[in-house]
Design a protein around this ligand. Structure first.
Ligand code: HEM
Length: 461
């Protein structure tokens, strides 16, 4: 095996590059790629070594081909500890059993059955929006996608409790968002500092409400929602999940199932507001495919340009912007020796913007996804949902949801960015807009959406 060590920054003898990373995670990662190449060794405290990987074939090696040699990284395990051994965090046999048990809940026909809820909730939200008002569209998308996943998980009868879950999850996500600095590496989560106390109080509230819902559902029986599926499924030995496992999966799906899709939509509104020619084309497609009606699951495969708009937005602003793994045994990547215990990181945010794979990578150009333009793209040059056995279980749910919500909302309102606001990136577990995104709403007259879009369009090129 090769003994070569990859290049990389030196860093402080005690804390390595932690301070530089914490100050500006995205900037640091991008600089590492630019300065040191495709495999970069980065010193962080407490681990034998960390490596950043940027090449599609190396990403594929870790996520897919050699996945048995990797577990989730130590920082991912720690950040998501409160999810117990839910699908995101479980490993090995316990993960495989859970994945097999849950997979049927994500089959196409099950997912299609949520389409009308998605559109109905979007329409409910729109009925509260007013022409001319200013809104934080990130907060609205978070609220909307949370209500949709809560309904899919628990059906309608727990809407009050769903609010409690949303509040507690909100606190937990705030702690994460504020936690991307080097202090969080140094202070363990059991220390009674304010951040940890708030986190644990929210965790206790979440437990309380979720166990209450589970207990009631076991008593009252099936309601045709995801929770009922979790309570009903059996493995090959006839064993189901105990309450703790159900709790872990409910938390996992509530968290993983709304924040990412909300972020994908938020960045899409941000990009559309700056690209009227794309918006006009999108509106033309919506008019042609949907006529006067609301979108349904059956329309989704025909909304090809809508899908390209989302794909392109997720390329530029991948909601899951990075994933980490820990090497169980020694391995070799790109001719370099990677010792057991190393932490390996792959970054959608960087690889999705690599000019070796995308022409004008910084440009928002949904047209690049018309099939002829992407034939030569290496498989893992685009991987918003990860890859291999740990790939996102909710990718079809998310894709359908994003398409239906974009279609429903874009036909009713145009959004202008409020001038002068600071748009920052907040790379915690997801890639949030740091200060939200303030938009100025302009209601469209339904019949004139197409004409209005055409008028607003600037000739491309
Ligand atoms: C645009 C939206 C979404 C994006 C970009 C996204 C992205 C991802 C990524 C990258 C992973 C792999 C993590 C890793 O390998 O470490 C993942 C896993 C996962 N996602 Fe998603 N996700 C989205 C929506 C959803 C939705 C809607 C749900 C559920 C309703 C969901 C549930 C999960 C679960 C449970 C896992 C863990 C799967 C496993 O390890 O078996 N995600 N997601």
């Amino acid at each position: 095996m090769s003994a070569r060590v990859p290049p990389g920054p030196g860093g402080d003898p005690l804390i390595g590059c932690l301070r530089e990373y914490s100050r500006d995670p995205l900037g640091f990662v991008v600089r590492c790629h630019e300065e040191y190449g495709d495999v970069v060794r980065v010193p962080f405290p407490a681990f034998p070594a960390s490596y950043f990987l940027f090449r599609p074939e190396h990403i594929e090696h870790v996520l897919v081909r050699n996945h048995r040699n990797f577990t989730k990284s130590a920082d991912a395990r720690r950040a998501l500890e409160f999810l117990g051994s839910g699908l995101l965090t479980a490993e090995r046999d316990s993960w495989l059993r859970q994945r097999r048990l849950i997979q049927p809940a994500f089959h196409r026909e099950r997912i299609n059955s949520y389409a009308s809820t998605m559109v109905e909730y979007a329409e409910q939200m729109l009925s509260t929006w007013r022409d001319g008002e200013v809104r934080n569209v990130h907060a609205d998308m978070m609220d909307l996608t949370f209500r949709i996943v809560a309904r899919a998980l628990f059906s309608a009868d727990v809407s009050g409790e769903a609010d409690e879950v949303a509040d507690a999850l909100g606190v937990i996500m705030q702690v994460f968002a504020a936690g991307g600095n080097w202090l969080t590496f140094i202070f363990p989560e059991w220390l009674p500092i304010p951040r940890n106390l708030r986190f644990h109080a929210a965790e206790r509230r979440l437990d309380e409400v979720v166990y209450r819902i589970i207990e009631r559902r076991r008593r009252e029986g099936d309601s045709g929602d995801l929770l009922s599926t979790l309570l009903r499924v059996r493995d090959e030995h006839g064993a189901g999940m105990n309450d703790e496992q159900v709790r872990d999966e409910v938390m996992t799906l509530a968290l993983a199932g709304h924040e990412t899709t909300a972020i994908a939509l938020t960045w899409t509104w941000y990009l559309l507001a700056q690209h009227p020619e794309v918006e006009a084309k999108l509106l033309r497609e919506l008019d042609e495919v949907l006529g006067e009606g609301s979108p349904t699951a059956g329309d989704v495969p025909r909304l090809r340009y809508t899908d390209m708009v989302i794909k392109e937005s997720v390329r530029l602003y991948p909601p899951a912007w990075a994933q980490g793994r820990e090497a169980v045994g020694d391995c070799e990547i790109g001719g370099y020796h990677i010792p057991a215990g190393s932490q390996l990181f792959v970054f959608q945010y960087v690889t999705h913007r690599d000019r070796r794979y995308y022409s004008h990578p910084e440009r928002f150009d949904p047209g690049r996804w018309a099939s002829e333009g992407t034939g030569g793209l290496p498989r893992y040059a685009y991987f918003p949902f990860g890859g291999g056995p740990r790939m996102c279980i909710g990718s079809s749910f998310a894709t359908m949801e994003a398409t239906l919500l974009l279609a429903t909302i874009a036909r009713r309102f145009h959004m202008d960015l409020v001038p002068g606001q600071k748009i920052g990136l907040e790379p915690s577990i997801t890639l949030r807009p740091k200060h939200g995104i303030q938009v100025h709403l302009r209601r469209r007259a339904a019949r004139t959406a197409r004409e209005e879009g055409a008028l607003r369009a600037r000739p491309a090129g």
